[in-house]
Design a protein around this ligand. Structure first.
Ligand SMILES: Cc1ncc(COP(=O)(O)O)c(C=O)c1O
Length: 342
């Protein structure tokens, strides 16, 4: 039985072209700046996002942490959404390791932060207060139905932050999904932010790695922050090689995943007792209405027994994420199995 793994796009295996590129990769000591494959990936990433430079890091979590450590000093404060990944799922690394305090403000259902809420959270000069240094946004917004933030919204938020002397970091783990959904160049979505992190190891299928992009000065400082958190790698061009294939071959096909997520949503919505949130990218949330006697845990287990894996989340919501290894056939099968179970 083929397992249809819809828990996350992080479960994606590298493609055959990636494995071949990894095998063939030319490598060197990257801490000395001598890994030609990493240098090439970093140059490609910077170019693809319209920034001066980029830094290869182990994970999205490390990319966000390194960005925050670079933008902020100890005691500084960051304004960010209360549903964002950096606040919810990164162990409070900014505080634990950087002495940086988060000020969470409400994420709206579409993943945005209201401009007036951002403005209201900016600290004035006062000896009692920490200094506000940074605003963080997330695009696409994982916990807000995978919704993409538009270029216009991001630019507005960034201009507001800049007017208050703040910097802006974007967690763009799935920025190429946002670009595909909005049919814009990814550069447009990040034009006014000071730094952006995107992941190679989610919908882009690479086994490991993220890129942190920004100005040349920012990236030079970020390189120091990466080293202090133990992220200086050596012959990691083996990993970067897969990332190059991801940028060359995978970013252009993400709309297929979005179309499949939409089809899955339509199929699930037709099952009595299943409610589905609006879908715009590859992330789909659904839940059961009260007419269903099974608990969410029972449904999750029953789906798993039949080879369909979804992620159970808080308040009885389930998450299903489409990706490279999910076919049209898998979507049909997942809908059938859900109907059977519910
Ligand atoms: C929006 C977002 N940011 C950051 C991350 C962290 O990435 P990683 O798992 O590579 O640390 C994730 C992971 O799911 C994510 O969804």
């Amino acid at each position: 039985m083929k397992v249809i793994d819809l828990r996350s796009d992080t479960v994606t295996q590298p493609t055959p072209a990636m494995r071949e590129a990894m095998y063939q990769a030319e490598v060197g000591d990257d801490v000395y700046g001598e890994d030609p494959t990493i240098n090439r990936l970093e140059a490609m990433a910077a170019e693809r996002l319209g920034k001066e430079a980029a830094l290869f890091v182990v994970s999205g979590t490390m990319g966000n942490l390194v960005a925050l450590l670079t933008h902020c000093g100890r005691g500084d404060e960051v304004i960010l959404g209360d549903r964002c990944h950096t606040f919810l799922f990164e162990q409070g690394g900014m505080a634990a390791l950087g002495g940086i305090t988060p000020w969470p403000i409400p994420n709206q259902p579409d993943g945005t932060l209201r401009l007036e809420d951002i403005e209201g959270a900016v600290r004035e000069e006062n000896v009692h207060f920490p200094c506000t240094r940074l605003v963080c946004l997330e695009n696409t917004h994982n916990m807000c139905n995978g919704t993409p933030l538009t270029a216009e919204y991001t630019a507005q938020a960034a201009r507001l932050a800049h007017a208050h002397g703040l910097r802006v970091h974007l967690d763009g783990a799935r920025i190429f999904n946002a670009a595909a959904a909005l049919r814009v160049d990814a550069r447009e979505l990040v034009r006014e932010v000071d730094s952006v992190m995107f992941c190679l190891s989610k919908g882009l299928c690479a086994p490991v790695g993220s890129l942190l992009c920004g100005s040349a000065d920012f990236v030079a400082e970020a390189r120091r922050a990466r080293k202090v958190v133990g992220g200086g790698m050596r012959q990691a061009g083996i990993l970067a090689a897969a990332g190059i294939v991801a940028l060359e071959q995978i970013t252009g096909r993400l709309a297929e995943d979005h179309a499949r997520a939409k089809r899955l949503a339509e199929g699930l919505a037709q099952i009595p007792g299943v409610e589905v949130a609006p879908v715009t990218t590859n992330i789909l949330y659904f839940w059961l209405t009260e007419e269903i006697s099974k608990t969410p845990e029972e449904v999750e287990d029953a789906l798993a027994e039949r080879g369909v894996l979804v992620l159970g989340r808080e308040l009885g919501r389930f998450r299903a994420v489409t990706h490279y290894w999910i076919s049209d056939e898998d979507i049909k099968r997942a809908i059938e199995v859900m109907r059977e179970v519910v």
